[in-house]
Structures are given as structure tokens and as C-alpha cells.
Design a protein around this ligand. Structure first.
Ligand code: HEM
Length: 415
């Protein structure tokens, strides 16, 4: 039993038991202590209205350096001064990107990047995304029973993101592998060994991005790297490190989130057979199903998005001090009964009065929302066409202890 369930209500937000099954704890926090001073030295919010207020107000809640809050792993190593210049450069490249900036820098960089992810640009990629889905499903189906996570959902978003950015096929495995290791640079719980591995992987990622940008400067193509370089040259608006870290952010943000979205979404649909059958019979239900999946199982369910208070703020009877870090439990906000009646019921027919906060809100609203929804839609529709009777073998998936919020496996059988 988790600590919160036993009565203490001081959950360790990084504990595996909590991450594996966070809903009961999050529901209790929302009911009993919605503006919670956590054991990690950050405020943790679980109500929809409080989260929306913070997301939409960048003047009182800054994104600048809000990434780790009170638990900045770099600070715990003895402050930024304890890092080598090399380590500082690596963490800057990977962690300090436009998503952790405020206006005007955030506005300037976001305006350049966002165009590549408009609904129109994504629709233009339909054939290619469909081809990636078909290839992965053909390979998976050859096995008879396959894993929705590692045989399918893992690959689709990362291939699509690599194609958009311009990472050549031959480099993708090494790049992905290195990126997975860099996660330890930002993880609050990690060993010295994984830190050393992450620093080495960070060097590789930094070098790789610099080389790719240098290559595209000489020989541009139609990929995102070349587009952003052209904008840099024309408007002088993106410098080299900004370009490199923006690309790294997009790569990270696009991969694991969408993997979890597709795999947990298919699990939810297949484990509610009445709703799956209704969707197979009526594709008009897919759009609502996608929104319900995002609401019901937020891809970063257990922890979430951070801001830093610029002034003292009163919220939920507490005083949040200037400089304090505020963390929004978006998965918890999306189960708030004040906004979503009967929130713990999965229902693809739901017509919510307000949108779930799955992609955030306000100036940092996810730039990849159209892409993620489109990939999930094609994945669900393709599987419904191919295997209307797809059967779940795994009935109670668990999270992978090494990879925050990712399911370890969800085995399905095609006959
Ligand atoms: C289901 C999948 C996804 C979920 C749940 C998700 C969620 C989010 C959330 C909650 C934010 C806001 C963070 C904040 O306010 O601090 C965000 C921002 C962002 N997302 Fe996504 N995301 C997903 C997919 C993607 C994809 C496919 C991309 C690829 C382009 C992407 C790129 C970004 C970027 C670059 C930002 C930062 C935007 C900014 O700061 O202006 N995301 N995402």
C-alpha cells in the first residue's frame, strides 16, 4: 500500500508505486489538500481551475528555469558551480529550451517552430504517417501476438518526428539510444553510474545536432533543420544553441508522450469492448475517443508541468511565495469532478463542457497537439480496419520502472 493510501498524504511523486497507479492518491490530494506543499519542496496542484490559472498567467508564473523546481539535480550536486563547463553546456542544450523561456524569447522562437506543426502541415504528411503505421503493423502481425508498446507505439512517433526534423534513417537508432540515456540528467532519482552515462550521451546528442546543423547549412533539404536555418539567416532570429536546443526539445516532446498516448489509448479501448465495438462500427466516434483517452490517461499522468512564482500568490488558502516552484498535476486536473462528472469512468461518448488540460493551456500550449492527435487517429482507425476483433492478452499492464509513465508491455493477439 502506498504511503498516501496508508493515511500520511505526503506522497513521493517519484516513487514507483505512485507512478504505476497514481489515481487514488491524486484524487485524495485534490479532495483534501489541492494546493499541496510536497516533500520535494514544490507546490503540487491537482484542481483543474488552479492548473488552468497558472498555465494561462505567465506574468505571475514564469517558465524560466522552472524545470526542476526545488529538486534541481544539478543544484544537488553542489550547485551549478560544481559542474564542469562541459556538463553545464550539455544540460543547457537539453534542458534550457524555448519551453522554459518567457516572452519575448519564448514568443520569438515558438513563432518560428510552430508553423511546421500546423494542422495543414500535418495533414500533408498523411501518406507518410500512414505508411509508417502500416509497416510497423505488418511486422508486428507477422508474430501473431505482439506488444502494442515495443512493437508498435514506440516506433511510430519517433520515426515521424525524426523524418520531420531531418535525422537520417541510418542514425536514428544511435540517436534514440543516446537520448533515452540523457533522461537521467533531468531525473530526480538516479545513480552516479546513470549520471555518467547521461553526460556521455548528452555529449553525443550535442555533437550530433551541431554536425547536422552544419551539414544542412551547406546542403539544405526540406526538413525542419533546414527550414529553421533559413529563418535564422533571413531574420537573424534563432542563434545556434537556440536552434539545437529547440530541435532536441521537439524530439523529446514528440516521442515518449505520443507513444504512451497511442499504447494506453488502444489499451483503454480494447479493455472496454462495448466502446471498441461501437467505434469499429461508427468512425464518427474516433474524435471523441481521442479526447477521452487524453483526459482519462494523461501521458505524463503522475507528475507534470512546472512554473516558478514571480510574486507572492494566494491559492487555495495558501501563500505561494515569489521564487517557489508550482507543479501542475495535469492528469489529476483532468479527473476533477468539478469539471468532468463521474471522472473515473472512461466514456468515449462524453461531451465535456471544457477541454481537458492534456496539452496544457496558454502561451506554452503544446505545439505538437495536432500531430499527436493525427498519429493516434490513424493508428486507431487502421487497427479497427485490420483487426476489429483484436484481443487483449495483457489485462493489467504495469509501468516500466526505468521509464517514467511508460507501460512495460501490452500484448495483443490478432486472432
Ligand atoms: C499526447 C502527446 C503529447 C502530450 C500529452 C503533450 C503535452 C504537452 C504539454 C502539457 C505541454 C505544455 C507544457 C507547459 O505548459 O509547460 C506541451 C508543450 C510542448 N509540446 Fe507537447 N505533448 C504531446 C505531444 C507532442 C508532440 C508530438 C510534439 C512535437 C512537436 C510536442 C512538442 C511540444 C513542445 C515543443 C512544447 C513546448 C511549447 C512551448 O513551450 O511553447 N508535443 N506538450
Amino acid at each position: 500500500m502506498s504511503e498516501a493510501a496508508a493515511g500520511a498524504l505526503r506522497p513521493d511523486l517519484y516513487d514507483y508505486d505512485f507512478q504505476n497507479d497514481p489515481i487514488a492518491t491524486l484524487n485524495r490530494l485534490r479532495a483534501e489538500d489541492p494546493v499541496h506543499w510536497s516533500r520535494h519542496g514544490v507546490w503540487y496542484l491537482t484542481r483543474y481551475e488552479d492548473c488552468a490559472t497558472v498555465l494561462k498567467d505567465p506574468s505571475r508564473f514564469s517558465s524560466m528555469a522552472a524545470g526542476w523546481g526545488g529538486e534541481n539535480p544539478l543544484a544537488r550536486r553542489g550547485g551549478a558551480g560544481a559542474q564542469s563547463a562541459d556538463e553545464q553546456g550539455i544540460s543547457r542544450n537539453l534542458a534550457v529550451s524555448f519551453n522554459q523561456m518567457d516572452p519575448p524569447d519564448h514568443t520569438r522562437i515558438r513563432a518560428l517552430v510552430v508553423r511546421a506543426f500546423s494542422r495543414r502541415s500535418i495533414e500533408d504528411r498523411r501518406d507518410r504517417i500512414q505508411a509508417v503505421i502500416d509497416e510497423r503493423l505488418d511486422a508486428a502481425a507477422a508474430k501473431g501476438a505482439f506488444d502494442l508498446v515495443t512493437d508498435f507505439a514506440f516506433h511510430v512517433p519517433i520515426i515521424v518526428a525524426s523524418e520531420i526534423i531531418g535525422i537520417p534513417p541510418g542514425d536514428r537508432e544511435a540517436f534514440r539510444g543516446a537520448f533515452e540515456k540523457t533522461a537521467a540528467l533531468m531525473a530526480p532519482k538516479r545513480s552516479e553510474e546513470s549520471w555518467a552515462e547521461a553526460v556521455e550521451a548528452g555529449r553525443f546528442v550535442g555533437r550530433y545536432m551541431r554536425d547536422l546543423i552544419a551539414e544542412r547549412r551547406v546542403a539544405p533539404t526540406d526538413d525542419l533543420v533546414s527550414t529553421l536555418i533559413a529563418e535564422e539567416d533571413e531574420k537573424g532570429s534563432l542563434d545556434g544553441p537556440e536552434l539545437s536546443s529547440a530541435l532536441s526539445t521537439i524530439y523529446t516532446a514528440a516521442g515518449t508522450t505520443t507513444e504512451r498516448f497511442i499504447s494506453s489509448g488502444l489499451f483503454l479501448l480494447l479493455s472496454h469492448p462495448d466502446q471498441w465495438r461501437a467505434l469499429v462500427a461508427d468512425r464518427g466516434l474516433v474524435a471523441g475517443a481521442i479526447e477521452e483517452i487524453l483526459r482519462f490517461h494523461h501521458p505524463t499522468q503522475s507528475t507534470s508541468t512546472n512554473r516558478r512564482c514571480t510574486v507572492d500568490v494566494e491559492m487555495g488558502g495558501k501563500t505561494l511565495k515569489a521564487g517557489d516552484t508550482v507543479r501542475m498535476g495535469l492528469g489529476a486536473a483532468n479527473r476533477d469532478p468539478a469539471v468532468f462528472p463521474d471522472p473515473d469512468r472512461f466514456d468515449i461518448h462524453r461531451k465535456p463542457a471544457q477541454p481537458a488540460l492534456a496539452f496544457g493551456a496558454g502561451p506554452h500550449f503544446c505545439i505538437g497537439s495536432a500531430l499527436a492527435r493525427f498519429e493516434a487517429r490513424l493508428a486507431i482507425e487502421t487497427i479497427a480496419d485490420r483487426w476489429p476483433d483484436l484481443r487483449l492478452v495483457t489485462t493489467a499492464p504495469v509501468k516500466d520502472p526505468r521509464r517514467h509513465d511508460r507501460y512495460r508491455e501490452i500484448i495483443v493477439a490478432v486472432s
